[in-house]
Design a protein around this ligand. Structure first.
Ligand SMILES: Cc1cc2nc3c(=O)[nH]c(=O)nc-3n(C[C@H](O)[C@H](O)[C@H](O)COP(=O)(O)O)c2cc1C
Length: 449
């Protein structure tokens, strides 16, 4: 069904041939300047941005890759941006096992031993107060030291010295793998992959039950297997068409200050984090560097589409009244939820259940089925015309909050829910103003969609 791309560069070339790529030909530095351009272009184009000339490097940089749903559809080989979510949802139910190959393009140039990461690749420094250059789109792969099952995810990585990294393992499964390795006092082998094909990249941030191999999910999304090859110095497998792979290990029992780094939620975060040493870099001969500017539109689009495509069914099962739902913000901080209300307290009850089911969400707006959860104007209208603080506000305090939220205290936060559904049975009073349907249909036929 699909024509998935084997690697990042073919995807980028495909976008270019369709006129869906923004090119910057002026020379820019990886220190702040590319980040500034990505932030500037965040508001000026939805197209991914290719930087041809990078000061000090002969390596192009691609950024803002998923600034729109159209780019996600393009990754599936389809045109219509409106079909991105539905396509993702359909394909995410499938599993296709990866395929092993003896080698691959990522092994075209291998540097073993004394590596100097910053000499070899244009790792970006993004924000004014960042502690240094950071990988923000690299996918780290490791194995469960007991079961051998693979896990992966995006983890921010600070380049501290030539071959020394600080890595933020705040989420499972990698945080768990490190715990298990540390119990045995052994290092955790890692492969850091930069520049994957677009659908494998998206699969790496899918919420997967423990034990599920995300390469199986990627195969399902792509409609054909991810092609893997063995790493050179660690017992791990990586996509053989990747642009770069950094091989190394996380040291057991070591924690150092990592950060500050400007995070996905739009605030700086400093953490005591594990340290990794890199002893081998594999790369393609003329590699491309994949940048991800935290807090740009892309951040919310990739986090939220992956969540909605894979988790919404479970929410609907737990609360059958829920019809649609959309996460807003760069880390899904607010959930807009459409319900088919039957009893007057359904809105409040839904909010209370969702506080438990959506631990990462800080605020919830519940609306009726005539409100479009994807349209912020519609949500504002529902809140203005149907919500009263004294009657419809639901709050909870002293619950675990997100580390990305600088307002939490001792790890705890308070959350709010707005029941913006119509109160009681009165419908006329809450009807949206509009010309009659027949007149709208007539002018639509005359003037076009
Ligand atoms: C842009 C982006 C950046 C992320 N950065 C980190 C990070 O620095 N540290 C971390 O532990 N998780 C980070 N995550 C979340 C992990 O990748 C997360 O594990 C994954 O999205 C969900 O997979 P899981 O259910 O297997 O944990 C990030 C996610 C995204 C989308």
């Amino acid at each position: 069904m699909f024509a998935p791309f084997d690697d990042l560069r073919t995807f980028v070339r495909g976008l270019e041939s369709k006129g869906a790529l923004f090119k910057v030909t002026e020379a820019l530095s990886p220190k702040f300047e590319i980040a500034a351009a990505l932030r500037y272009l965040n508001k000026h184009t939805d197209h991914p941005v290719l930087f041809d000339k990078i000061v000090g490097y002969d390596i192009p940089v691609i950024g803002n890759l998923f600034q729109s749903y159209a780019s996600i559809s393009a990754a599936f080989g389809i045109q219509d941006g409106k079909k991105a979510l539905e396509t993702y949802r359909q394909q995410s139910g499938r599993r296709v096992k990866p395929e092993m190959h003896r080698s691959g393009p990522v092994m075209e140039a291998v540097t073993e031993g004394q590596v100097d990461i910053l000499k070899m690749m244009p790792v970006l420094t993004h924000h004014e107060n960042d502690a240094g250059p950071y990988f923000s789109s690299a996918v780290t792969i490791a194995k469960d030291p007991e079961s051998g099952i693979r896990g992966m995810g995006i983890h921010r990585i600070q380049v501290k010295e030539k071959n020394k990294l600080g890595i933020f393992l705040g989420t499972r499964p990698l945080s768990r793998f490190l715990e298990l390795a540390e119990l045995k006092k052994t290092p955790l082998e890692i492969a850091i992959v930069l520049g994957m094909d677009p659908l494998t990249f998206l699969s790496s941030i899918t919420y997967a039950p423990e034990g599920i191999d995300k390469f199986d999910l990627a195969g399902g999304l792509r409609g054909r297997p991810v092609e893997l090859t063995k790493c050179k110095t660690v017992d791990l497998e990586v996509p053989r068409h990747a642009e770069f792979v950094l091989e190394g290990k996380i040291l057991p029992g070591v924690r150092e200050t990592e950060g500050p780094f400007g995070e996905s939620g739009g605030a700086y975060l400093t953490v005591q984090n594990p340290v990794a040493m890199i002893n081998c870099i594999c790369q393609r001969k003329q590699p491309m560097y994949h940048a991800l500017m935290p807090f740009n539109k892309e951040n919310g689009i990739i986090s939220n589409i992956v969540w909605e495509a894979t988790q919404l069914d479970a929410i609907r099962k737990a609360i059958p009244l829920v019809k649609k739902m959309h996460l807003l913000g760069s880390v899904g901080e607010i959930a807009a939820v459409q319900i088919e209300k039957k009893a007057d307290d359904d809105g409040r009850k839904t909010i209370q259940k969702l506080f438990d089911l959506l631990p990462r969400v800080k605020g919830i707006v519940v609306v009726d089925t005539d409100i479009d959860v994807h349209d912020p104007d519609d949500l504002v209208w529902a809140v203005f015309t149907r919500f009263q603080v004294s009657r419809d506000l639901v709050t909870v305090s002293g619950v675990p909050g997100s580390v990305l939220d600088p307002s939490i205290e001792d790890g705890l936060t308070s959350k709010w829910g707005l029941d913006a559904t119509r109160p009681g049975n009165e419908t006329e009073k809450f009807k949206r103003i509009a010309p009659p349907d027949w007149a709208m249909r007539k002018v639509t036929a005359l003037l076009g969609e």
